[in-house]
Design a protein around this ligand. Structure first.
Ligand code: PHE
Length: 345
């Protein structure tokens, strides 16, 4: 009897795969297995042998069951460790393969951040076309044909077959997002509180701080009783939110035909921390945005009551913000699609 148990266990230990093991399990302790049969035959034995035989058989059955269970675990582990992955199964012990995940471009990340600040202040997003008419880009913003500021914003004109000077046919690539101010005011009565994220184009030679296409976020608020201090407060919140409380900024008088009075906000150059470098052209300051109170002449173009309404506008340069924020000293890096650069954001 004992011999029989030992042999069974030897047999189990030699088994090399789970399928064989299952066969042996059935052979011994399955419903029609040897042990099962032997146990049911006990009732036919003489009474005095029954007790002894029953006890022995049960011990053997228990040993075999335990041994099979142990061998099962050993074989399972082996199966996972083998480099050959069994069909339909993932080998969870193999090291993972990293894969590249796409990311939002740093300029769009900054643009989204700027948007979030103003959305939180009650502004909504408006958009307009990149291909603009001369009227919206210049004339309605109080920049008449012979105005010297047209020279500052070197413009890409789009050739059309229409005769020159026909108001709607003089197409160009917008040089700023300000034309959307006019488009929105033409359609909407005050109160107006919008931001306009978008691309703008200027005929400029490309270098470390210039590009022929770049990004702006325009802002416009028009209502009764809006003052210059509202403008200052909103822009101060914006600068603090994006750059933190401790970066020095300055508010400087400036000139734009479509705002009066006008100002610009500069931020201390974070690349040289104010001591002067190529990005800030040795001044220690970087221009972030232009702003001012909407010139009543613009209101006249959109037929707003200039006696009743006042407003402020601003135009933020996104590339500048991104460069100062991330201490990037060459604007061209944003457009070269160099993955080693982009991966860092
Ligand atoms: N449009 C101006 C520029 O591109 C910025 C600006 C917008 C200034 C709104 C004042 C008000 O330089």
């Amino acid at each position: 009897m004992e011999d029989f148990g030992k042999k069974a266990i030897e047999e189990i230990l030699k088994i090399g795969n789970l399928e064989e093991l299952e066969k042996v399990r059935l052979k011994y302790i399955g419903r029609k297995g040897i042990i099962t049969e032997k146990l049911s035959n006990i009732s036919k034995m003489p009474l005095e042998e029954r007790k002894k035989a029953g006890k022995e058989l049960n011990i053997i059955k228990q040993n075999i069951t335990e041994e099979i269970e142990k061998q099962k675990n050993v074989l399972k582990k082996k199966k996972f460790q083998s480099t050959e992955c069994p069909e339909g199964m993932n080998d969870v012990t193999l090291p993972g393969k990293p894969f590249d995940v796409g990311k939002i471009h740093p300029l769009i990340q900054v643009m989204n951040e700027v948007k979030e600040v103003f959305l939180g202040l009650g502004f909504t997003v408006a958009t307009g076309p990149d291909k603009e008419t001369d009227y919206y880009n210049f004339t309605a913003l109080n920049i008449p044909k012979d105005h010297p500021s047209r020279d500052i914003q070197d413009t890409f004109y789009i050739k059309t077959k229409e005769p020159k000077n026909s108001k709607t046919q003089e197409l160009l690539l917008r040089t700023h997002t300000s034309p959307v101010q006019v488009r929105v005011m033409e359609k909407q009565k005050p109160p107006v509180r919008i931001i306009v994220p978008g691309r703008v184009y200027r005929h400029e030679a490309v270098d470390a701080s210039h590009s022929f296409v770049f990004h702006q976020v325009e802002g416009l608020a028009v209502d009764e009783g809006i003052t210059f201090s509202d403008l200052k407060a909103v822009l101060e919140i914006f600068v603090k939110k994006v750059f933190g409380k401790d970066v020095p900024t300055r508010f400087r008088p400036s000139y734009f035909p479509f705002t009066e009075p006008s100002a610009e906000i500069d931020i201390q150059c974070q690349i040289c921390r104010g001591s002067g470098c190529s990005v800030c052209k040795q001044t220690g300051w970087v221009e972030l945005l232009g702003c001012g109170m909407v010139n009543p002449k613009v209101f006249e173009f959109v037929k707003y009551d200039t006696g009743k309404y006042t407003g402020y506008a601003f135009g933020i340069g996104i590339e500048r913000i991104a460069m100062v924020k991330y201490r990037i000293n060459d604007m061209r890096l944003f457009y070269e699609n160099d993955l080693e650069f982009l991966k860092q954001f």
